[in-house]
Design a protein around this ligand. Structure first.
Ligand SMILES: Cc1ncc(COP(=O)(O)O)c(C=O)c1O
Length: 369
């Protein structure tokens, strides 16, 4: 008898139940005749800002643009240094390079896979020139220890950016990630917990000056129509269709995050000793990915595949080992980052997994030998 396969993700399921609402949102935009920077866009910015608990949400074209424009707003420019982690898919490194700046890498805490106050402290001590900004990635959906990190950054006088692309909705003591530092960014790439039906991103901040700066940059650096007064202008706008679709999905985000936590709890309950979960389900973790570490990752992966469980690795290549471009020639302490890249494994995780599929993953974990 052939076993069924649990997919790693299935985006068609994410729209099936809300198809009528999405179709209505699209029809509304098509009938309106307003397609860019219109009422849906402005309403989504207001709703997102309220959800995160910040004064401003500024929509942009995607999450990498959000990082680039937020860094530019913080003063990162040609020759600047940006401190960040190297295990998060190179999005921050890419944005940093686009500004002519240099990413310099902070190691991760191997128990969380995140930056910590200790690893930041060590990187600051090892970095010869003062960095212009620090980017904290809330990887896999788990918030990094922001109070401690921000205390170290404050002492060094360096602003902090939270990358919430994987963590939208996670809270600490009831306060949302994205409101815990100077500025934050997110992505609405379709696989994100709040994903659109295409590309999108946003910058979040309580600071009027930073929000104003990003608003100018996303539309050619205009002070007013056709009147360019601001540096680093470009076109990075979200369209009305995407905003209208995200307005349908935002009110469903918390329920989706809870379903992800419940799936994660079921996985954690599997009685086995071959893998260790990086996260546990709690308010500071929204289950973007269910990641384990295993001593013999490739062997565990092969056994899960044989049991019909699809897996992936987030991410297999640390930024500083990417062949092109060379993100950082500097010798920084990155042992934990290297170890993680060889031992992490991501299990299927999306809210529409059926109970039977979750059970199949649990049984496959328990059968690991
Ligand atoms: C942590 C993180 N930051 C930034 C991005 C970049 O977002 P985008 O793909 O919308 O450019 C992603 C995902 O793609 C991400 O996972």
């Amino acid at each position: 008898m052939s076993i069924s396969t649990v997919p790693f993700n299935d985006l068609s399921r994410s729209v099936a139940d809300i198809r009528a609402d999405i179709d209505a949102a699209i029809a509304r935009v098509v009938s309106s005749g307003w397609f860019v920077l219109g009422p849906e866009h402005n309403a989504f910015e207001a709703e997102l800002a309220q959800y995160v608990g910040v004064r401003h949400a500024v929509n942009v074209g995607n999450g990498t643009d959000a990082l680039e424009l937020a860094l530019a707003a913080l003063g990162v420019t040609n020759g600047s240094i940006v401190l960040t982690v190297a295990n998060a898919g190179a999005y921050t490194s890419t944005a940093t390079r686009l500004l002519g700046a240099e990413p310099v890498f902070v190691d991760i805490d191997p128990s969380t896979m995140l930056m910590s106050a200790e690893t930041l402290h060590a990187a600051l001590a090892a970095c010869a020139e003062p960095p212009t900004a620090i980017v904290v990635t809330h990887l896999y959906g788990a918030l990094a220890p922001m109070a401690e990190i921000c205390a170290v950054a404050r002492e060094a006088g360096i602003p902090v950016l939270e990358d919430c692309a994987q963590s939208l909705g996670a809270t600490v003591d009831g306060v949302k990630g994205g409101s815990l530092a100077d500025i934050a960014t997110t992505s609405f790439y379709p696989t994100k917990n709040l994903g659109g039906l295409g590309d999108g991103g946003a910058v979040l901040t309580n600071r009027d000056d930073l929000a104003d700066s990003v608003r100018r940059m996303r539309q050619y650096g205009w002070a007013s129509k056709y009147n360019i007064e601001y540096a680093h202008g470009r076109n990075s706008r979200m369209d009305e269709l995407q905003a209208a679709i995200l307005r349908v999905k935002l009110p469903l985000l918390d329920a989706g995050n809870q379903r992800r936590r419940d799936i994660h709890t079921a996985y954690e309950s599997a009685a086995q000793s071959r893998v260790t979960f990086v996260n546990t389900a709690n308010e500071s973790f929204i289950g973007h990915l269910a990641v384990v570490t295993a001593e013999n990752r490739d062997e565990v992966r092969a056994q899960l595949t044989a049991a019909g469980v699809t897996t992936d690795v987030h991410y297999p290549i640390p930024d500083f080992l990417q062949k092109f471009p060379d993100f950082s020639p500097r010798a920084m302490p990155v042992e934990a980052t290297l170890w993680a890249s060889e031992h992490i494994l991501s299990l299927p995780m999306f809210p529409e997994l059926t109970d039977a599929e979750v059970e199949q993953v649990v049984r496959a974990l328990e059968a690991l030998s």
